[in-house]
Design a protein around this ligand. Structure first.
Ligand code: ADP
Ligand code: MG
Length: 355
């Protein structure tokens, strides 16, 4: 039975913050400009996320929480690109196996919103296994996803979590990072019943504004900015300089671009803050983090740490397909060479500052 469950439900969700990360990405994929999160008991009792994105068509609701249901692939070539994240179309399916999942959604062309509940991948009402149609209800354009009683059926998972306040801190951390990466989008996060949000950003901000708002004034006044890469990428705004790198380990030339926001040597925070986005997904790279720490280690006083925000755009074909998404750690082609180029670029910028 375990094998059956395991094979139908990979462990993509291991804590409220990892569920939230998936849900945030869905809102952003749906083109939302406003994302409001409401939390109860660190997200274990309730994790609700409301967006004003494109909504989900009523006709798509019956299979929404089935594994591999995704609106993000329509051609085979799409598949080779999307598959590089691995295991797509699994987030909502996974959540319906470890929580009570409800969806309220309305597209622009629909006259009312539709509500549906899911259990173990199936649209249900009342008893599990009893399939029904979505119900009409009032609602604005966009989607609200409601996750209740997360891990109610997996006590070991629940026991492995720390306090609800720790889980809430992780939720705020994930939201803070996405809010910085998406400064045009208005983010709100609050606890149920509270009138004052714990995180709130306005729409149409820019990155320095978002960083100032979320990490404090001191940080943004000393922030340095660099955009660079191995090949000029059209979308990259304000490309400062373009460095051509030699291709390594592959017939394809290295093709990537990076945007960095990082503190100058005068800024001192207690703990290193490192935000890494690869192709707009929040990921972790201990190797990259260590390399950046080393860049600063010589120039910061003892005990001081930097803030580094890095957004990398890499050919999706170069991001490792074999790393399961639950391991937020990623690997990509030419990782060493790209890391070297990024650190030397930062090194030069910092050296220029201290002159
Ligand atoms: P994936 O994002 O990989 O496609 P998910 O399980 O996260 O898989 O979501 C399944 C599908 O549900 C998405 O492809 C999308 O069509 C739809 N969906 C989920 N959340 C939203 C949302 N907030 N707004 C619009 N559509 C959504
Ligand atoms: Mg998704």
């Amino acid at each position: 039975r375990f094998q059956l469950w395991h094979s139908t439900c990979p462990e993509i969700i291991h804590r409220p913050a990892s569920a939230l990360k998936e849900l945030l990405e869905n809102c952003l994929d749906a083109g939302a400009t406003s994302i409001r999160v409401t939390v109860k008991e660190g997200g274990l009792k309730l994790l609700q996320i409301q967006d004003n994105g494109c909504g989900i068509r009523k006709a798509d609701l019956p299979i929404l929480a089935e594994r591999f249901t995704t609106s993000k692939i329509s051609t085979f070539s799409d598949l080779t690109k999307i598959a590089t994240y691995g295991f797509r179309g699994e987030a909502l399916a996974s959540m319906s196996h470890v929580a009570h999942l409800s969806v309220v959604t309305k597209t622009k062309s629909e006259t009312c919103a539709w509500k549906a509940h899911y259990l173990d991948g199936v649209l249900v009402e009342g008893k599990p296994g009893q399939t029904v149609d979505p119900k009409p209800c009032a609602g604005n354009d966009g989607t609200t996803i409601i996750i209740e009683d997360l891990f109610y059926n997996t006590p070991t998972r629940l026991a492995a979590l720390k306090s609800t306040s720790d889980e809430y801190a992780r939720i705020l951390d994930v939201m803070t990072k996405y809010a910085i990466h998406n400064p045009k989008v208005a983010f709100v996060c609050k606890k149920v019943g509270s009138n004052t949000p714990d995180l709130s950003t306005p729409p149409n901000a820019d990155k320095p504004q978002a960083i100032r708002m979320l990490y404090g004034n001191a940080i943004s006044k000393d922030l340095l900015h660099a955009s660079f890469g191995a090949k000029k990428v059209q979308e990259a705004e304000g490309v400062e300089d373009v460095e051509m790198a030699d291709a390594e380990d592959t017939n394809r030339p290295e093709s990537w671009s990076a945007e960095a926001r990082f503190t100058n040597p005068n800024y001192q925070s207690k703990k290193m803050v490192f935000l890494l986005f690869i192709n707009h997904r929040l990921v972790e790279s201990p190797r990259m983090k260590r390399a950046l720490e080393n860049v600063y280690s010589g120039i910061l006083p003892k005990g001081a740490s930097p803030f580094v925000y890095l957004s990398l755009q890499i050919d999706p074909r170069d991001v490792d397909v074999n790393v399961h998404p639950t391991k937020k750690e990623v690997h990509f082609l030419n990782e060493e060479s790209i890391t070297d180029q990024i650190t030397s670029r930062l090194q030069r910028a910092l050296a220029a500052q201290s002159q």
